[in-house]
Design a protein around this ligand. Structure first.
Ligand SMILES: Nc1nc2c(ncn2[C@@H]2O[C@H](COP(=O)(O)OP(=O)(O)OP(=O)(O)O)[C@@H](O)[C@H]2O)c(=O)[nH]1
Ligand SMILES: [Mg+2]
Length: 420
């Protein structure tokens, strides 16, 4: 006979369970024959069927136990591969982001109520003075807060999906060797033949808890070879899309004089940079790292001199001297890489909660635009101005799941696994 304990009843009975419904959990021996037999027995009970992927979470959402941003946080937690991703997902799952949007939503509802009251009662002078001024102030405040939230340099989205790091530079500089050193396996072919890498070789890495997607690319040079030219085009495309580019240079090619070396490196960077960034000689330090490889080929004295002097040259991105053959300088390079990636992702635990999904960004931008509609029509047509506030509320509701199309929910829940 089943005699549920008090703890069991509290955790599993409606409305305290995860889904808000009465639940039962079976703890059985783990052998596959036992599991199959139990599933078969359960399957023979009329009306019993296996849960769909994400069905438990969907039921929790439908019972109002979780908001949509929390659901997305839970999904991200399940898929988190690095520590920083896990922390960001946990924070979102705890409801911080959802509470921020709820707060905005409440304030917008107040604005809408005031605007509608103004439309209905202002002619009878039943409405107190200054109601619209209060709405104006609230709308301005909300816009300023949303603008700050949107101007986050995509840190949260980057952390969620991985920082795009691209290795680029001339042929034979040691790009593929760097990729292999970082991922500690021979992922890309290395050879003394210039033009060995043609296609993009990708690998996912965890750098101090931050996820990166590292791409090795074809060496940049003019080539009569059709296939190599396509490789170079792809390499340039990757640099354009990259969050961070590691520009690899064979340091045996560097002039020994520091000023000349700096000029050489500037020229090298220009040849790697996307066309639209050419006139700007101040390289955003968080988007480039200069990796001077093959230091084992330099006399120690020259290596130290280069290291010392290039650090003092202004206008260059951070410079790291390494050898993929001896691993010399690798630790300093990893520290510099970690610091750049951390800047690009931000600290998932400090400051205001960040945007983590392109879906949220799109709805927030619509919300922001709708508030501009309120301001545009406020002195001309109050009905259209009110419509602006209403649209803003709808856009926010789409983020939190208060307003939603079924197909969006289907997309979100399909990423969950069975049993979640
Ligand atoms: N001495 C020395 N040789 C290196 C080092 N790193 C790479 N090499 C050699 O340099 C040559 C080219 O290395 P790759 O890693 O294939 O260079 P790459 O930049 O990927 O070249 P492409 O794919 O042709 O653009 C190979 O013979 C490597 O063994 C290093 O740190 N020191
Ligand atoms: Mg290569």
């Amino acid at each position: 006979m089943l005699r549920p304990s008090l703890r069991y009843r509290q955790a599993m009975a409606a409305p305290h369970s995860f889904t808000g419904e009465d639940c039962v959990e079976f703890h059985i021996h783990g052998g596959s024959a036992v599991i199959t037999a139990v599933l078969q027995a359960l399957g023979s009970v009329p009306g019993m069927r296996p849960a769909d992927a994400g069905e438990f979470t969907r039921r929790a959402f439908q019972a109002g136990k979780l908001g949509l941003t929390e659901v997305e946080g839970l999904g991200d937690l399940i898929h988190a591969e690095t520590e920083a991703q896990r922390r960001q997902a946990l924070r979102q799952m705890s409801g911080e982001l959802g509470r921020l949007y709820q707060d905005w939503s409440h304030r917008l509802k107040r604005c809408l109520a005031h605007v509608e009251a103004f439309i209905d009662f202002s002619e009878d002078e039943l409405i107190e003075d200054g109601v619209l001024n209060q709405v104006d102030r609230s709308v301005c405040d909300l816009q300023a807060e949303m603008e700050r939230h949107l101007k986050d340099e995509r840190r949260g989205e980057r952390l969620r999906s991985g920082v795009q790091v691209v290795i680029a530079g001339a042929t034979n500089a040691g790009k593929s060797s760097l990729l292999n050193t970082l991922c500690q396996r021979p992922a890309a072919i290395v050879s003394p033949i210039a033009g060995t890498t043609r296609d993009v070789v990708e690998t996912a890495l965890d750098i101090g808890g931050f996820p990166i997607l590292l791409s090795d690319t074809a060496g940049l040079r003019d080539s009569p070879d059709l296939v190599e030219r396509e490789g170079v085009r792809r390499a340039r495309e990757r640099v354009e899309q990259a969050d961070l580019t590691l520009v690899v240079v064979d340091c045996a090619h560097l002039p020994s004089d520091a000023q000349q070396a700096a000029a050489f490196l500037q020229g090298h960077l220009t040849s790697v940079l996307p066309a639209q960034e050419q006139p700007d000689t101040v390289y955003p330090t968080d988007r480039f790292l200069l990796v001077l490889n093959k230091t084992d080929l330099l006399p120690e004295e020259q290596r130290q001199k280069l290291d010392r002097e290039l650090r003092c040259v202004s206008g260059l991105p951070p410079v790291c001297l390494i050898s993929c053959h001896t691993n010399d300088g690798l630790q300093d390079f990893l520290t510099a890489l970690h610091s750049s990636v951390k800047t690009l992702c931000g600290d998932p635990l400090s400051g205001a909660p960040t945007l983590t999904q392109a879906r949220h960004r799109a709805h927030l931008q619509q919300c922001f635009a709708a508030l501009a509609q309120y301001q545009r029509y406020r002195d001309m047509d109050m009905a259209l101005a009110a419509e602006g506030v209403r649209l803003a509320l709808t856009s926010l509701g789409r983020i939190t799941g208060r307003v939603g199309a079924e197909e969006i929910l289907d997309i979100i829940f399909k990423d969950f696994c069975i049993g979640k």
